[in-house]
Design a protein around this ligand. Structure first.
Ligand SMILES: Cc1cc2nc3c(=O)[nH]c(=O)nc-3n(C[C@H](O)[C@H](O)[C@H](O)COP(=O)(O)OP(=O)(O)OC[C@H]3O[C@@H](n4cnc5c(N)ncnc54)[C@H](O)[C@@H]3O)c2cc1C
Length: 234
């Protein structure tokens, strides 16, 4: 299996980076090919702008998604974006490894999503969810948090973590056709001791070992919706 890890932490010695390093070592030891996009190390540009396009379908008015499609087909999309698209297209499993920022992903990873998951290749029209461009591939989030585990859940103060991560898990990954595996979540990691962090590393290793047996999250099936994406009755 080919694995792409997109890693978004600004400190190479962070616990989050240790999870990434463990995934690389474990996946390679299991015989998988692993590529890593270390976004801060790459000085990844997260800003979706007209500078991404070497030609323009419409020079007078920027419609970013339409120009993504046009420039990819014309071979004039920014080289840093094309390189990432090629990595995603090569992989069977995409792992997004990041610390939670404001109930979401760090800006550098949001910018990777905005610029890389382009219209035409990853989604378009009714080519979404189980008809999206990444059908047959799987994706998983590996997230570290400051919050404690009891703060997350249906009746907990911050609500359910799956709901919190829905923009990523459903709105980006499932929307593009990935089968989305349950995320791995490391709670409270800056505030627990070394021994507890070693336990989190062990749980992460077990989560990765189980990758072929994890039940994917339930996502919309296009067959349940009509041409206007209204739910079909019955
Ligand atoms: C802008 C911003 C927004 C945030 N929003 C949220 C939010 O909405 N919700 C939330 O819960 N949290 C939030 N946080 C907190 C953030 O998610 C956590 O601080 C982060 O995920 C902790 O992971 P880390 O890798 O950065 O920890 P680190 O601080 O890098 O690591 C913790 C400790 O682990 C040690 N360590 C490193 N490697 C290992 C190893 N191999 N074994 C054992 N120990 C090791 C490090 O030396 C360090 O002492 C936010 C933080 C910021 C900056």
């Amino acid at each position: 299996m080919k694995v792409l890890i997109v890693h978004a932490h600004n400190e190479p010695g962070s616990f989050n980076a240790a999870l990434k390093d463990q995934a690389v070592a474990q996946m390679r030891a299991a015989g998988h090919e692993v590529e890593v996009s270390d976004l801060y190390a790459m000085n990844w540009n997260p800003v979706a702008s007209a500078a991404d396009f070497g030609s323009r379908a419409n020079p007078d008015y920027l419609v970013y998604a339409l120009e993504q499609r046009h420039n990819y087909e014309a071979g004039t999309l920014a080289a840093d974006i094309v390189a990432e698209i090629d990595k995603v297209r090569r992989c069977d499993l995409l792992i997004l490894n990041f610390p939670m920022y404001w109930f979401s992903v760090p800006a550098i990873l949001k910018g990777w999503i905005d610029r890389v998951l382009i219209s035409g290749v990853f989604y378009g029209g009714r080519r979404i969810y189980d008809r999206g461009g990444m059908q047959g591939k799987r994706a998983m989030a590996v997230v570290t948090l400051g919050g404690r585990e009891h703060m997350f859940g249906a009746d907990a103060i911050h609500g359910d973590i799956g709901t919190m991560l829905r923009p990523l898990l459903q709105g980006s990954l499932a929307y593009c056709g990935f089968e989305v595996l349950p995320p791995f979540v490391g709670y409270h990691v800056p505030y627990i001791g070394d021994e507890a962090r070693r336990e989190v590393l062990a749980q992460h290793a077990a989560h990765l070992r189980a990758v072929d047996t994890l039940t994917p999250l339930s996502m919309p099936a296009m067959a349940d919706f009509d041409d206007q994406l209204r739910p079909l009755q019955g």
